[in-house]
Design a protein around this ligand. Structure first.
Ligand SMILES: [Zn+2]
Ligand SMILES: [Zn+2]
Length: 272
């Protein structure tokens, strides 16, 4: 009787992740981790991009006023563009499925990723996310800066710069080497080195990073939902990255403008 009460109590206390781990993933923490990170990416990527695709095909003056490269017509996906982006997205999805088990192994090799354990305090989540963001911004800036040196640009980074007028879905276009050393390294290095991390914090981190990159490529300086709308002096975002794609130089940072200001590579479209 007592055991039943304890079991019932534990069942009630189990987190969402622990419940789905037991119910759908044969109690495999690896499968639960891969599913949750992959699904977080898909939800935020496709939600944001569905909105962007909707405004791409529908002229809504109240939104179109925020479009950045107004001197050019909307892209509205030509057949060759659909093929390139579709292939880029498929490649990205396949590489995510292959990469996530490796990340799970690395996250546990240098520390411990808690999948079914109790949810960390808000304070822990906030300080860990802050460190992830600051470290990613540093790593992204310097690797991106390097990828703009002549040889690396020509052989690797040029693929990402295929479109001078970016839209959200082109965020995933990248050479595998760029994807590994510029994107994945910045996202995962600190979580791997951190001793104790929770799946919830990692899902939130993926959500923030994917939102940031789709926003950077969206082509609209949208109020309220864009990072650069808040603290425009500090936050990088669409204005900076759109300029970067349009001119193939300047604004190498991801979250903040600090490294660009320090290296004298900060310039915005509105200052043209
Ligand atoms: Zn670039
Ligand atoms: Zn880009």
């Amino acid at each position: 009787m007592n055991v039943t009460i304890v079991e019932q109590f534990d069942e009630n206390k189990a987190t969402f992740f622990a419940k789905i781990c037991d119910k759908y993933f044969y109690s495999s923490e690896l499968l639960t981790f891969c599913f949750c990170i992959f699904t977080t990416f898909q939800i935020i990527f496709w939600l944001f991009n569905s909105f962007l695709l909707y405004i791409e095909y529908n002229d809504i003056p109240s939104i179109d006023q925020y479009r950045l490269q107004k001197h050019k017509p909307k892209l509205r996906f030509q057949p060759d563009m659909i093929k390139i982006i579709r292939n880029g997205i498929i490649r990205h999805q396949i590489s995510s499925v292959v990469m996530l088990p490796v990340m799970y192994y690395l996250l546990n090799a240098f520390g411990h990723v808690s999948v079914t354990g109790p949810i960390p305090s808000l304070f822990t989540i906030v300080w860990q996310l802050s460190i992830f963001i600051l470290a990613e911004d540093f790593l992204f800036f310097w690797t991106h800066y390097l990828f703009h040196t002549r040889w690396l640009y020509k052989h690797i980074h040029k693929k990402h710069h295929l479109y001078k007028q970016p839209i959200g879905v082109v965020a995933v276009l990248a050479d595998p080497l760029e994807s590994l050393f510029q994107n994945q390294l910045g996202i995962w290095l600190i979580p791997i080195l951190l001793k104790e991390k929770h799946l919830l914090t990692l899902c939130l981190w993926i959500l923030i990073r994917v939102y940031q990159t789709v926003n950077a490529h969206c082509g609209y300086d949208l109020p309220y939902i864009s990072t650069q709308y808040y603290l425009p002096w500090l936050m990088s975002g669409t204005l900076a990255h759109d300029y970067h794609h349009q001119h193939g130089k300047m604004n190498y940072g991801s979250f903040f403008t600090l490294w660009d200001r320090l290296m004298n590579t900060h310039k915005l479209s509105k200052e043209d």
